[in-house]
Design a protein around this ligand. Structure first.
Ligand code: 7TS
Length: 416
């Protein structure tokens, strides 16, 4: 794939121009321009998001849902309007189905507690996959230990696809929920969520989708996917940390008990009895991260202004270009080569520890992640202790990839 082909293919998105929207990306690291290839961990924020958060702090800050004074009413309107922005982003119509959380991890714990403690009993089963992030494993494991349920695991193939035949077999009368990632943060595999949801729904089993690596990188249409819960984090969609989204179908959310108790989630409290607020308030106890929610709204508007389809297409091109260039390096193995793949490349180079690789790349200004990526079962599946991972986003250019590849080559020379 040469550069000209690629420019034609990624046509609708000018990454060089987009890069200028992100102040961090004009910085240098170790006297080299920063090449940021760790958006899978946290994406950078554009100036518009930073400005929106600053404006809130400077002119609009007040607690929400309680003041009768102007400032608090305005802050409430700004916060609540983000619910509509998120609903549009996910193509859902009922804004009460959009719950603000602290992030993906918090949202999955919320469902594991609130759904789990309401619907899961001894002898029941929960189906997850072998490619989950720890945050979509541990909360379910804790639930299973507490109530006496069992975790069932969908296996993955050598190229990093879920085994759908085995998935079908795992779905039974005992299955109470399926919890699966939209996109693997290590392998990049995009899972066939629509099909998996249909198979589960045929047996009346609800499905939770961990969208931490999905929502940032492609158009998510929840009316089409039809999953019961969809979750993502603000900091991976060019928003701030401390905020995330739980979408849940009204029917489930209304039947689930609250996860946390406190202010804002009640209708009335006496020492004898508390009655709970309607959704979404029932799941938003305490003062929320107001500024972060408002920043998330701005981040979504930014991504929408570029176009999620354009972002997805751009990342596909970057991934193909990077895979071809990296694969030319002898002794380099890419983990995860499924045809349906997002902008994540995990790799290992014979004779170079992934952490050493990460450190040497950093010396050249190239920021990648090295380690188990909070997905140790994936490492166990491929029998490696760790990998080096480059992950791409809308602001990455072909030059970024060239620098990555050059830097990997130099690192390899040091060890040969
Ligand atoms: N699920 C997936 C698929 C993820 O990739 C991550 C974070 C999480 C859940 C947790 O999200 P959080 O916002 O609650 O932390 N993944 C990564 C990563 O790949 N590198 O750093 C964080």
């Amino acid at each position: 794939m040469d550069k000209l082909d690629i420019e034609v293919l990624s046509g609708k998105l000018d990454a060089e121009l987009i890069k200028k929207d992100f102040p961090v990306l004009s910085n240098s690291v170790n006297n080299a321009p920063l090449v940021y290839l760790d958006s899978g961990a946290s994406a950078q924020m554009p100036q518009s998001v930073i400005d929106r958060i600053n404006h809130y702090h400077q002119y609009e800050h007040a607690n929400i849902h309680r003041g009768v004074y102007e400032l608090s009413e305005q802050a409430t309107i700004s916060y609540e309007s983000v619910r509509s922005t998120v609903a549009r982003f996910l193509n859902v119509t009922d804004t009460a189905e959009v719950i603000f959380t602290k992030g993906t991890t918090h949202a999955i714990n919320l469902v594991a507690h609130a759904f789990g403690r309401t619907f899961v009993r001894a002898g029941d089963e929960i189906v997850i996959s072998h490619m989950e992030h720890h945050s979509n494993i541990v909360p379910w494991q804790q639930l299973c230990e507490e109530v006496g349920a069992t975790l069932k695991i969908i296996p993955i193939s050598d190229i990093g696809e879920l085994d759908l035949e085995e998935y079908r077999r795992l779905l039974s009368d005992r299955t109470k929920i399926v919890a699966v990632t939209h996109v693997s943060n290590v392998l990049g595999t995009i899972n066939p969520i629509k099909e998996m949801v249909a198979l589960a729904h045929a047996k009346d089993i609800p499905v939770l989708v961990d969208g931490a690596q999905g929502a940032p990188h492609m158009k998510v249409d929840l009316q089409e996917l039809d999953c019961d819960f969809y979750i993502f984090s603000g900091h991976k969609v060019c928003g701030p940390t401390g905020i995330g989204i739980l979408y849940g179908k009204r029917d489930w959310l209304e039947r689930m008990n609250p996860y946390e108790g406190g202010g804002d989630m009640i209708l009335s409290v006496t020492f004898e009895k508390t009655t709970y607020a309607e959704i979404p308030a029932k799941f938003e106890a305490g003062t929320p991260p107001i500024a972060s929610a408002i920043g998330l709204g701005e981040a979504i508007k930014y991504l929408e202004s570029i176009g999620l389809e354009n972002i997805e297409n751009h990342e596909k091109v970057l991934t193909q270009y990077a895979t071809e260039a990296l694969s030319d390096i002898s002794g380099l193995t890419v983990y995860g080569t499924a045809p349906q793949k997002a902008g994540v490349i995990s790799f290992g180079v014979k004779g170079v520890h992934p952490h050493d690789m990460g450190t040497l790349l950093s010396d050249d200004g190239v920021a990648v992640r090295a380690g188990h990526h909070c997905a140790q079962p994936v490492m166990q599946r491929y029998k490696v202790p760790a990998t080096t991972r480059a992950s791409f986003y809308l602001y990455n250019t072909l030059d970024d990839i060239d620098k990555l590849v050059d830097s990997v080559r130099s690192a390899k020379k040091i060890f040969s």
